[in-house]
Design a protein around this ligand. Structure first.
Ligand SMILES: [Zn+2]
Length: 391
């Protein structure tokens, strides 16, 4: 590999060879990544011919032959006629860079990923990384490198090609014609200027940039659903967690919400009880007699004294209790399970006419929680849990 990488260096000294326009200043002829060698030159027949000759020379000198099946040529900004000539001359196949979608997740039609309501999910503790903020944190690393990591070849390259005589990345303005990612970096950087004080990175305590830490610092400023204060235990089934989030956000399509959205509803009453009460979030998950029975049964099973005060208050009060972590996790998971199965029972009744008995749901939740505890807790934790509950 070392000899192979010296070959393009030698070829760059030949009179007809032209550097890739973006690599001219650094006289960059190649990059090595693990076992891959990327040779760079201007997209004209003369330069590519020299490159092919250099590879042939390498073949004669070492007896090693490049595997044509593994060689690809990447062309950009080259006219059709030249492309045809280059491909005829080299016999290489045209490769496609699989890179563009990596950071920004842009789709073929360039539509942006919807931030709302998804950004609330990311902020709400479901532990799904928000693509928007994750991108900012990722681009932040590139900015950090430009400022801190002067030795990096890429940093030298962007300084040579783009930043040039500008005082810093902050005062630099992306030229009209530049690489797509340079435009993106410059579009994002405005949001990052506040992370630096006199060019010292201050967003996190570490001197070194970590994307995850920065991401957490960014969303930390944006957390709005603090009152929920959820631990979001891995114990809770993901579908249950998601249900809690929907309820907390008021996004479930209850009869009350349908009315607000001017969706026609025939009957606004709760279908789980005979109370003739409007189906609202508060009724369905707090006041409803059907739900109250399930709640009571579950509380009895766990031997705790937790009141059903509505999901937000109940979860908040679990968080404030001086209970062992395992107990809090189980109680939160049970809260999520009750919500989930209440909604399922309501859907079965409303759309399939099937009444689900509270006892069925109670047995199902007990089974689910027991299985999760057995699956996820170590034997030590399991003993602790066993002493707290009849699991
Ligand atoms: Zn009801």
């Amino acid at each position: 590999m070392e000899y192979l990488s010296r070959t393009p260096q030698t070829m760059s000294g030949l009179p007809d060879f032209r550097f890739h326009p973006m690599c001219k200043k650094l006289q960059l002829t190649h990059l090595i990544f693990v076992d891959d060698l990327m040779i760079l030159c201007k997209g004209n027949v003369a330069s590519v011919s020299i490159l092919v000759e250099a590879l042939a020379h390498f073949n004669v000198a070492t007896g090693l032959e490049a595997n044509l099946n593994k060689l690809s040529i990447f062309l950009a900004g080259v006219d059709e006629d030249t492309i045809r000539k280059i491909l005829t001359r080299t016999g290489f196949s045209v490769g496609i860079f699989p890179i563009k979608n990596f950071l920004w997740g842009s789709s073929a039609d360039n539509s942006k990923i919807a931030l709302s309501p998804w950004e609330k999910i990311f902020q709400g503790g479901l532990n799904i990384k928000g693509s928007s903020y994750w991108n900012i944190a990722s681009v932040g690393q590139l900015i950090w490198q430009i400022i801190e990591n002067k030795e990096s070849l890429w940093v030298q390259w962007v300084h040579g090609i783009y930043i040039k005589d500008d005082a810093s990345i902050w005062t630099h303005k992306a030229p009209l014609y530049c690489m797509w990612y340079w435009k993106e970096i410059n579009a994002f950087k405005v949001q990052m200027q506040g992370w630096y004080i006199q060019d010292k990175y201050k967003l996190t305590q570490s001197d070194i940039y970590f994307i995850t830490k920065s991401y957490l610092a960014i969303i930390g400023h944006k957390l709005q659903i603090r009152n929920v204060g959820l631990i979001w235990p891995s114990l809770a089934l993901p579908k249950h967690r998601f249900m809690v989030w929907l309820v907390v956000q008021g996004r479930l399509l209850t009869q009350e919400r349908k009315l607000k959205l001017i969706i026609q509803v025939d009957n606004t009453d709760c279908c789980l009880c005979n109370e003739k009460a409007m189906e609202t979030n508060v009724h369905l998950f707090h006041k409803c007699k059907w739900t109250s029975i399930v709640w009571k049964e579950m509380i009895q099973w766990t031997g705790t004294t937790l009141q059903n005060a509505g999901i937000i208050k109940s979860l908040d009060s679990i968080r404030r209790k001086h209970w062992k972590k395992a107990k809090k996790e189980i109680m939160e998971a049970i809260g999520g399970a009750i919500l989930y199965h209440t909604w399922c029972a309501r859907t079965w009744k409303k759309f399939k006419g099937k009444q689900i008995h509270t006892n069925e749901v109670v047995q199902l939740i007990k089974k689910e929680i027991t299985e999760r505890v057995n699956l996820l807790y170590s034997s030590k934790e399991h003993r602790i849990v066993g002493s707290l509950f009849n699991i």
